[in-house]
Design a binder for this molecule. Structure first.
Ligand SMILES: *[C@@H]1O[C@H](CO)[C@@H](O)[C@H](O)[C@H]1NC(C)=O
Ligand SMILES: *[C@@H]1O[C@H](CO)[C@@H](O)[C@H](O)[C@H]1NC(C)=O
Length: 388
């Protein structure tokens, strides 16, 4: 008989008292968890710095005259399964091969015509930025090993890994002038590649732009206090180098010759995301890899150091929340005017974009292939005509 008094009509909610206490318990444990986490975050020694207010004022993002928002549509996978996190790509027209820097230490060669992949040289580190020399040699910015020269027959020569008594923390990118002088970046002397997110979250400028002169074997710092100094590229006239500062969503210009020699100015800012490598295509455009899209959340985090401290805590003890999307690349003219953007909702950590003839090639940290897009077939168009 007791059964019948407890029976309830089908689909009726559970007795209110049980639900309430269950909810209260859940709420209480959530509050306790949050309080303990905040205490732990508070006690953590990570010290995020405020970004300067005039840096923060420079929004919103530049308007891109032409876009292709669906790069993955119609793209092909090059070297699938054989290229682990191909970060940077350079093309050697003489051999008809691309060089790409992979996460397993390999610099691989990929033939342009039939996409055959060859293990060329393993640096034993994590090669990032690449530059093709003028006599068939390849220069490598290896995150852990510094600046390396790979001779045409694949021998490794270590060139430099410190300046002014400070070892490079994350050697990031390199370009070479016609006179043989290398220009390269150390993204952060404080953090190594594994901790790059902490550098960006801390918000202090630990990056440096440097030169290495092979005739004197000297390394010189030419610009310091840079925010995660990333990609670097020589101008076609050899009068300046452009270098990117990832968390500032901008690239700056360092003048090598002329009236402005030794000074820097902004080349392009208000990019639609965080820039990585930059490459000149020989046809009037620089191509900048955009690793992560600009978000309002990141604007907030830049404004409030405490948010970045919280994110750093997650980064160190848990896992980075995966929020990156709409990665891709931006084409910029010789004066730093944005021309076109190529991206995709489902792309993240795009680190390099290069254009070879009618194709765009995208390097990235998360896939095991290079993405190739036929620009004739899938061009960027004026935004109004691509609205879906
Ligand atoms: C592709 O290019 C490589 C290197 O330039 C050459 O050795 C090979 O014969 C070419 N293959 C085809 C199918 O054209
Ligand atoms: C790229 O696309 C165009 C237009 O569809 C086509 O004519 C061309 O052959 C393609 N290029 C390559 C190399 O596949």
């Amino acid at each position: 008989m007791a059964e019948s008094t407890r029976s309830v009509p089908p689909n009726s909610p559970a007795p209110p008292s049980t639900t309430t206490s269950w909810r209260a318990g859940l709420f209480l444990s959530a509050v306790i968890t949050v309080l303990i986490s905040l205490l732990l975050v508070h006690l953590d020694t990570f010290d995020a710095a405020p970004y300067s207010s005039d840096e923060l004022a420079k929004r919103p993002i530049s308007v891109l005259p032409r876009v292709n928002p669906r790069v993955l549509h119609g793209s092909e996978k090059i070297g699938e399964g054989q290229l682990k996190g191909p970060e940077d790509i350079v093309f050697d027209p003489k051999l008809g091969v691309m060089y790409t820097s992979c996460g397993d230490g390999w610099i691989k060669r990929v033939t342009l015509n039939d996409s055959v992949v060859e293990n060329w040289v393993n640096t034993g580190g994590r090669p990032l930025g690449l530059a093709l020399g003028y006599s068939g040699e390849v220069y490598v910015a290896d995150a852990f090993k510094g600046i390396l020269k790979l001779t045409e027959d694949g021998e490794i020569e270590a060139l430099t890994d410190e300046a002014e008594g400070i070892k490079f923390g994350t050697t990031d990118a390199v370009t070479v002038a016609k006179n043989g002088v290398l220009y390269f970046t150390d993204a952060s002397w404080k953090y190594d590649l594994h901790d790059f997110a902490l550098d960006i979250l801390e918000g202090r400028p630990y990056g440096r732009l440097m030169t290495y002169d092979p005739s004197t074997k000297q390394t010189k710092v030419i610009a310091r206090d840079l925010y995660y100094a990333n990609g670097v590229e020589m101008s076609p006239e050899q009068d300046f180098v452009v270098f990117c500062e990832t968390p500032m969503m901008r690239c700056r210009r360092y003048y090598i010759h002329g009236e402005k020699e030794g000074s820097t100015d902004v080349f392009i800012d208000r990019l639609p995301g965080m820039p990585d490598n930059i490459h000149y295509d020989g046809e009037g455009h620089y191509w900048i890899g955009i690793a992560a899209e600009h978000t309002h959340e990141w604007d907030l985090a830049r404004k409030y150091p405490y948010i970045r401290k919280l994110l750093a805590f997650l980064e160190k003890y848990l896992k980075r929340p995966s929020v990156e999307k709409n990665a891709g690349g931006v084409a910029v003219d010789l004066n730093g005017n944005p021309i076109a953007r190529y991206y995709d909702r489902d792309l993240k950590s795009v680190t390099s974009v290069i254009k070879i003839r009618e194709h765009l090639y995208l390097g990235n940290l998360v896939k095991s292939f290079i993405i190739r897009l036929n620009l004739t077939q899938y061009p960027a168009t004026a935004p109004s005509s691509t609205m879906i």
